[in-house]
Design a protein around this ligand. Structure first.
Ligand code: ATR
Length: 277
């Protein structure tokens, strides 16, 4: 039997088991997917014994994403560029490989839900400067975004992030986010605002062109107030659950040998597990 796990601290909230267990059943694979609560000081030891514990690999969630990258013997281009790993696997010699599939997940979902997002090569406005924003900037630049405006409550974090991506990314003040929507082809919320229990993302969409795309990384609720407002004024919307599902694909394929599909049934299954209906 093959198995994999998600490693976090805490780990109870992780949605990864719902996704991978669905696919294991769907593809009739004799496998398991577990939750492993591992404290930061135990991570190196845990990963050193990953194979001995019977795991083919793992997902890594907070706060271990940077440490997991450092502990891996090999890292792919995305993990190195993003500076964090979310997917690990052991090769035939027991060496640990690291990848970051958040960028892949975001871009695959965006390309599927709004294939024309870069049609006019208009500016993109990204809100946020955490790990998710970093993965999204990496993906947008790799796929030809011509110009990205970056706004974050803490401007210093946005400046530091922009520096690592070069001249395509220009920082603007958080206070200017609504004005900056004029002429944009895509708005991405990469902050935690809009999530159940967090604050609201306060942004007036008036200046956003009606044919622009609005994407949110928040998936609980599935339709955030931002997406509801965008939909009401006729913008194409891309929800965060699609990103979560797509980022899981490469790991499952590595561990279990089948490239799984992201289907409406999977989406409904995970949405129900989230309590989103
Ligand atoms: P992740 O790695 O998942 O992206 P993070 O590093 O905690 O998570 O980043 C969360 C993002 O949401 C940040 O951009 C954060 O802004 P700061 O860098 O200023 O903290 C943003 N965020 C969280 N709460 C916010 C709030 N009340 N107002 C504005 N931005 C907020």
């Amino acid at each position: 039997m093959k198995s994999a796990c998600v490693i976090g601290w805490p780990v109870e909230h992780s949605r990864s088991p719902a996704i991978h267990r669905y696919w294991l059943k769907r593809y009739r694979i004799d496998g398991a997917y577990e939750k492993e609560k591992v404290a930061p000081e135990d991570l190196a030891r845990f990963l050193g014994a990953l194979g001995a514990r019977g795991y083919a690999g793992a997902n890594v969630t907070l706060p271990h994403k940077e440490a997991a990258l450092r502990l891996a013997a090999f890292a792919d281009e995305a993990a190195s560029a993003i500076g964090a790993a979310n997917t690990l696997w052991l090769d035939g010699e027991g060496k640990l490989h690291a990848s970051n599939t958040d960028s892949y997940g975001f871009m695959t979902n965006l390309n599927e839900a709004a294939p024309h997002w870069n049609g006019g090569r208009r500016p993109v406005l990204v809100l946020g400067a955490g790990g998710a924003a970093r993965a999204i900037l990496h993906g947008l630049i790799a796929q030809g975004a011509a110009s990205i405006l970056l706004a974050n409550r803490t401007r210093d974090r946005a400046e530091a992030l922009a520096k690592t991506f070069g001249p395509t990314v220009r920082v603007i003040d958080w206070a200017d986010r609504a004005r900056a929507l004029a002429g944009c082809g895509l708005l991405v919320n990469a902050t935690s605002l809009g999530m159940t229990g967090k604050g609201d993302l306060d942004i007036d969409l008036k200046a956003l062109p009606s044919d622009a795309v609005v994407a949110d990384i928040v998936y609980s609720p599935l339709e955030t107030p931002l997406l509801a407002a965008a939909r009401a004024r006729g913008n194409r919307v891309v929800d965060g659950l699609g990103m979560l599902l797509h980022q899981a694909v490469p790991g499952f394929e590595r561990w279990f040998g089948v490239r799984p599909e992201v289907t409406p049934e999977l989406k409904a299954h995970v949405a129900a597990a989230l309590g989103g209906g």
